[in-house]
Write a protein that binds this ligand. Structure first.
Ligand code: GCU
Length: 335
């Protein structure tokens, strides 16, 4: 697998060198030459993150008088998130929007920001990410050859299953649940008593359909956009975690840009994040309504069961909180 990844990376690098001026001298020749960058996005064309990426590209192109063009490859055309991040580390892909889960496999400090039940609600999460804590985590990307540009919303994640609804913590025991390819997600589902099955986003639909997994977990817009609701129609609205997303740049790409172009891109990333958040709020509501109308069965946990889910997550706070208590407390105390 590693070999295959390396071959794909090398191939992508040479393709990038041929076609993407983001990796050629032409991109930084100082003579007003056209710069072409590649932006990776794994969601569909009409998804809020993809639409915001188009806006990001538009703003950068307009504000550089057409000098910098960014082509958005949506629908995982450039590979799944893990592969995209790897390729960005050596400059074969210039920009991306990724979920924090795969990113935390590269920058483990990000595990803190996706701990289950960490935030009281979405508003609390945004207080944290829009403030100094969010800035510190964006800056922490530099140690991994990446540049953290801005934060995107991805709502709250809940479980959904084929066959039968989940009503209690003990119902989790019999289930094989798809998780993102990240250790914390594996640990989370294990802590709840279920069997984790890590796989890439694009493989989940067939996993549900063929019965190789009993369920998965995600937010309303992803549940809708991937059509998982057609094959897994029992949705437990437990909102066990909020996994924010980051717009990132390759540090190799970044280092070749002039400070003024960097400033333009950073600003466009912030503005596109605001656009994404507005689109997200609309899409979250619309998707929830749509799937409910389609016959999805939504269940909720009793207060007592909810407490059991929360208590079961304790081992994650031990493992990922070790040595990080100060930052967890800062997050919890953010008002
Ligand atoms: C969300 C997120 C994706 C991620 C997916 C997943 O949909 O936006 O970036 O790949 O979750 O569960 O893998």
């Amino acid at each position: 697998m590693r070999k295959l990844t390396a071959v794909i990376c090398l191939l992508s690098l040479s393709i990038a060198t041929l076609f993407s001026a983001g990796s050629t001298e032409n991109s930084h020749d100082g003579n007003g030459g056209l710069i072409m960058f590649r932006y990776a996005e794994n969601q569909a064309y009409d998804y809020p993150t993809t639409q915001a990426a188009f806006q990001f590209a538009r703003m950068v192109e307009e504000r550089t008088d057409g000098r910098i063009k960014i082509k958005v490859y949506y629908g995982a055309q450039l590979g799944d998130e893990k592969l995209v991040i790897e390729q960005m580390q050596f400059g074969a892909i210039d920009f991306a929007r990724v979920s924090l889960s795969p990113l935390s496999e590269f920058n483990p400090s990000l595990n803190i920001l996706q701990l289950p039940y960490l935030y009281r609600n979405g508003e609390h999460m945004w207080k944290v990410l829009d403030g100094p804590i969010g800035d510190e985590f964006l800056a922490s990307m530099a140690a991994y050859d990446l540049v953290g540009l801005s934060w995107f919303d991805a709502g709250a994640r809940s479980f959904y299953t084929t066959g039968k609804s989940i009503e209690s913590l003990s119902d989790m025991k019999r289930l094989k649940i798809r998780v993102q390819e990240a250790q914390q997600m594996i640990d989370m589902v294990t802590a709840l008593g279920a069997t984790p099955s890590p796989m890439s986003f694009g493989d989940v639909y067939s996993g549900l359909q063929t019965g190789s997994i009993d369920g998965a977990e995600n937010n309303w817009p992803s549940y809708d956009s991937t059509r998982h609701y057609e094959v897994a129609k029992y949705f437990l609205q437990d909102e066990h975690t909020r996994v924010p997303e980051m717009q990132i740049a390759s540090a190799m790409t970044w280092s070749k840009l002039s400070p003024s172009d960097q400033a333009i891109i950073k600003q466009a990333a912030q503005e596109s994040a605001e656009i994404e958040r507005a689109l997200w709020a609309e899409k979250e509501k619309a998707s929830e309504e749509k799937v409910k109308k389609s016959g999805v069965v939504v269940t909720y946990l009793s207060q007592e069961e909810k407490q059991k889910f929360q208590d079961a997550m304790e081992p994650l706070y031990k493992k990922y909180g070790e040595g990080n208590q100060a930052i967890i407390t800062r997050i919890q105390e953010t008002k």
